[in-house]
Design a protein around this ligand. Structure first.
Ligand code: IPM
Ligand code: MN
Length: 367
């Protein structure tokens, strides 16, 4: 038995419910192949604020440092909404985790199965075969982390606030590399999104990406698009894109747009990969569903566990190098949806199953 060592951070809201069943699916998928899950569970987010006074306790960070990957649930909720922004679970847990582990590459697949096109707000005739795009977002640079970042009072009594958007060439090159590798396993096309008509960082971004692809990946079809146009094009014809490569804030916004056009957030997984290698000599990573804590349905056992399960599959692929097992899980999820087994968010008024039943059906389809 080979051990897969990771940290489990279920967090708040539906996080613990979907995590529980996702771990069962992961365990049964890996067991047959001779792997044992070796994980410990730790507090993060609102629950960590309640129990330890902060969203990202040191003990949680330490446990993650000792693991080869993090399987993350979701954090936040109404209970903590009135805290100052810098102390809120989302920001106070996720941003420091990303920085601490240098998780610079955020991979968000925008995948909508043809069976679920009705879940998308886009007209069906625009996406007859569903959607298949991936967004590669730079995650540890740009305006979210640039210094200085402050609010200051002026002599005339006015107040001003300041964020700094800053990128180094090497930061752009390393995320360009991730996009190139992603494109090679898909449609061989990358669209780099920036605002080079206005922003200096974007001018460097465009120049760096162009030179990087020319030098290392001349066979990949590279295009560039301004972010405002990209937002429009995603809504008009998402499948014109294969891989979208973009900086931190643009990627935050565009990946949410991609999320909604792909129908239910309950289906969307993500990977955030680090700079260093883990003990398996593969990238350390944090794997999380895109949907958030869904406080309206938390505790009812009816949330869609697919995004959490698919995030687990990404963990097997990237941090443990188990591509075949990842594909097996992805295929099982797809097959389950095809069979019409659906949680409420993707049932379109048809009878729906609960979280556990959905996971059980996926487990059966692993065989
Ligand atoms: C995301 C989230 C985070 C971000 C927030 C919670 C800090 O919106 O993962 O997209 O902005 O990156
Ligand atoms: Mn976001």
């Amino acid at each position: 038995m080979k051990h897969l060592k990771f940290s489990v951070l279920p967090g708040d809201g539906i996080g613990p419910e979907v995590m529980e069943v996702a771990l069962d699916v992961l365990a049964s998928a890996t067991k047959d192949a001779g792997y044992a899950l070796d994980y410990s569970t730790h507090d993060v987010g609102g629950i960590a604020i309640d129990r330890h006074g902060k969203a990202l306790p040191e003990a949680t960070v330490k446990a993650c440092e000792e693991a080869d990957a993090i399987l993350f649930g979701s954090v936040g909720g109404p209970k903590w909404e009135n805290l100052p922004p810098a102390e809120q679970p989302e920001r106070a847990a996720l941003l420091p985790l990303r920085k601490h582990f240098s998780l610079f590459a955020n991979i968000r697949p925008g995948l909508l199965y043809p069976e679920l096109v009705a879940a998308s707000p886009l007209k069906t005739e625009r996406i007859p075969d569903g959607i298949d795009v991936v967004c590669i977002r730079e995650l540890t640079g740009g305006i979210y982390f640039g210094q200085p970042k402050e609010t200051r009072e002026l002599e005339d009594g006015d107040v001003e606030a300041l964020d700094t958007m800053i990128y180094k060439r090497t930061e752009i090159e390393r995320i360009a590399e991730i996009a190139a590798v992603a494109a090679k396993s898909r449609g061989n096309r990358v669209c780099s999104v920036d605002k080079a008509n206005v922003l200096t960082t974007s001018v460097l971004w465009r120049k760096t990406v162009t030179e990087y692809f020319k030098k290392h990946y001349p066979e990949i079809e590279l295009s560039h698009m301004y972010v405002d146009n990209a937002a429009m094009q995603l809504a008009r014809d998402p499948n014109q894109f294969d891989v979208i490569l973009t900086e931190n804030m643009f990627g935050d916004i565009l990946s949410d747009e991609m999320g909604i056009i792909c129908g239910s957030l309950g289906m969307l997984c993500s990977a955030s990969l680090g700079l260093g290698k883990n003990r398996q000599d593969l990238p350390f990573g944090l794997y999380e569903p895109a949907g958030g804590t869904a406080p309206d349905i938390a505790g009812k056992g009816i949330a869609n566990p697919c995004a959490q399960i698919l995030s687990g599959a990404l963990m097997l692929r990237y941090s443990f190098g188990l591509n075949d097992l990842a594909t097996r899980i992805e295929t099982a999820v797809r097959k389950t949806v095809e069979q019409g087994v659906r949680t409420g968010d993707i049932a379109f008024g048809n009878p729906s199953v609960n979280t556990r039943e959905m996971a059980d059906a996926i487990q059966k389809n692993l065989k």
